[in-house]
Design a protein around this ligand. Structure first.
Ligand code: B12
Ligand code: SF4
Length: 498
């Protein structure tokens, strides 16, 4: 069967700092291709909606699968599903991915008949089954399906991450993928899942608290096949098990692979497993992203980060000593007043690292979604991108954005604009000679994208698709099976017994 997979366009953050390949969609595409189907991919981070219309015309797919990891992309995906269905009447339209998995029924409703099925959970096993069922019948027996008829069996986890390496060869305009100075940049997955349970995050609820690792051989093989000189490791928390990081590193050495790497980890993991990060520095580790989230103990407790300010600062010291560039994330709460912004701004300016801010946002699938007592100030999905305030702000909304953008701009000045140009002129020239200009262009984009008036104006747009508000706040929801996409083992056992 001819199957087209579509990834929606970029969100605000990707307009400036990065644009990365849709790895999950590529893995699903590989699983479908391995089952004997003709598969194409289009990433609308790199192509326009008119290109999609052309693709539909020339390829005439029998099935279209939209990837919906990011809630803020929902209106775009629903509109695209509607126009695709209009263009090809008998085409089967389905949606999968992280966010789609938590709001499947709601998504079907918005689709108004244009979305035939939402496939919850990991896509590698279930999608080829769905494609067969489209022809042969039995869609509602495919694990993870949600259709107007109801829900299929619970989603199934992929047994081994070594299966279905991403179909990178199907993705065009790969030169457009970059992160900071790593231009161009590919992505890779060494592990899946996260053993922690931060209240604002849905990584642990999606995977039912499971944690899996790719074998070192498969990871080495995949890295060897990647053409780009730079690689972003998508793992939620890199090198939780140092022996795994060492084993992959030895494969890299054995195969004589020379690349530069960007990864994300936790402060406590960096402190505990310093040796593996030191080793990876010798292999080409350049950047490390640390989700510190708060600079005070109270904030860390609120996010259930299970870390302390002391641990965070120690980790920063270690990374700096290793000579690895650090990017820090802090969560700005809509409740912040001018004084709070000033304190955080002062701290952020006092450290040499890149500091990013995201705005505290309750997402469906997080514990916060069920426990947050504040009511949503907006129901516009597009604003759920952690760059907008969806909870009521203590300051008037425009002032909140002015404080936020001013803080971001002060910090960005350390690393962007003329200063960045001065510090990186040699690299920019080298990349330009290779035809790579993503990084060079990004250092001028800040003011165009991060703009208090623009962010404020985003709240005034007419809302076509409104998010279903959460149920009334409950106290503790961590053990509720309702929270998980892939059932936790004990829940799965219980369900199997029923
Ligand atoms: C790597 C990553 C990124 C990367 C790359 C993302 C990319 N290009 O895909 C970068 C750094 C760019 C990024 C950016 C952002 N991210 Co991010 N990201 C992740 C992370 C850590 C892993 C994603 C990943 O690659 N996983 C590995 C692949 C193999 O899995 P997957 O993509 O989920 O795909 C599987 C399934 O979802 C499904 N699937 C996927 N597509 C499809 C399609 C079909 C048809 C089907 C059937 C199935 C299917 O099958 C796949 C295989 O099993 C996740 C957390 C997580 N663990 O999921 C957050 C996460 C997805 N990101 C998140 C956010 C908020 C963002 C930002 C908005 C943050 C910001 N500061 O602005 C931006 C927006 C980026 C944009 N679109 O413009 C949130 C999403 C919240 C939400 N509900 O919307 C998550 C869940 C993190 C969190 N803590 O809550 N992100
Ligand atoms: S924020 Fe990071 S450490 Fe916390 S649950 Fe999510 S992925 Fe894990």
């Amino acid at each position: 069967m001819r199957v087209l997979f579509v990834h929606p366009g970029p969100l605000m953050y990707s307009e400036v700092y990065l644009r990365l390949e849709p790895l999950g969609m590529e893995r699903v595409a590989q699983a479908v291709r391995a089952a004997g189907h003709e598969v194409r991919l289009i990433d609308l981070q790199n192509f326009g909606h008119e290109d999609l219309a052309d693709e539909l015309k020339s390829f005439n797919p029998r099935a279209i699968g939209f990837s919906l990891n990011y809630l803020a992309n929902l209106p775009e995906v629903v509109d695209l599903a509607k126009s695709a269905k209009q263009q090809i009447k008998d085409c089967y339209v389905f949606v999968g991915g992280h966010s789609a998995s938590f709001i499947a029924d709601e998504l079907l409703e918005h689709g108004g008949g244009a979305i035939d099925c939402v496939l919850r959970g990991e896509g590698e096993i279930a999608t080829p089954m769905l494609i067969s069922a489209i022809e042969d019948g039995g869609v509602d027996r495919v694990p993870g399906t949600v259709t107007v008829k109801g829900r299929g069996p619970v989603p199934v986890l992929l047994e081994s991450l070594d299966q279905f390496p991403p179909a990178r060869d199907l993705l065009r305009r790969r030169k457009n993928y970059f992160i900071g100075m790593l231009d161009p940049c590919a992505s890779i997955e060494f592990t899946r899942g996260c053993p922690w349970d931060c209240s604002f995050c849905s990584a642990w609820t999606f995977y039912g608290r499971s944690y899996r690792m790719a074998s070192a051989e498969a990871a080495g093989e995949e890295l060897a096949r990647i053409k780009e000189p730079n690689v972003f490791i998508v793992d939620d928390v890199a090198f939780i098990h140092p022996e795994h990081g060492f084993a992959i590193g030895r494969e890299i050495e054995r195969r004589n692979i020379r690349k530069q790497y960007y990864l994300e980890t936790r402060a406590d993991v960096l402190i505990r497993n310093q040796e593996v990060f030191t080793y990876w520095k010798t292999l080409g580790l350049k950047y490390l992203f640390l989700g510190l989230e708060a600079i005070d103990a109270e904030g860390l407790k609120l996010h259930r980060k299970r870390s302390s300010p002391g641990t965070n600062f120690e980790a920063l010291e270690i990374a700096r000593k290793l000579g690895i560039k650090v990017a820090i994330n802090l969560i700005a709460d809509p409740d912040w007043d001018k004084e709070r912004f000033a304190v955080v701004r002062e701290w952020a300016l006092s450290v040499p690292d890149v500091v990013h801010f995201t705005v505290a946002t309750p997402y469906p699938g997080t514990e916060l979604w069920l426990t947050e007592a504040r009511r949503l100030a907006t129901r516009d999905y597009r604003l759920f991108d952690i760059q907008h305030a969806v909870l009521p702000t203590r300051l008037p909304l425009l002032e909140f954005y002015q404080e936020l953008v001013e803080t971001q701009r002060n910090i960005a000045q350390k690393h962007m604009g003329f200063r960045a140009l001065r510090d990186t002129a040699g690299l920019i020239l080298k990349l330009a000679l290779q035809g790579q200009t993503n990084f060079a262009r990004s250092i001028w984009k800040f003011d165009r994208v991060y703009n208090a008036q623009r962010q404020f104006a985003d709240h005034q747009q007419p809302v076509t698709y409104a998010i279903r508000p959460p149920p009334p706040a409950v106290k503790v929801a961590r053990d509720s099976p309702d929270l998980y996409v892939h059932p936790r083992r004990e829940h799965a056992k219980r369900q199997a017994q029923v």
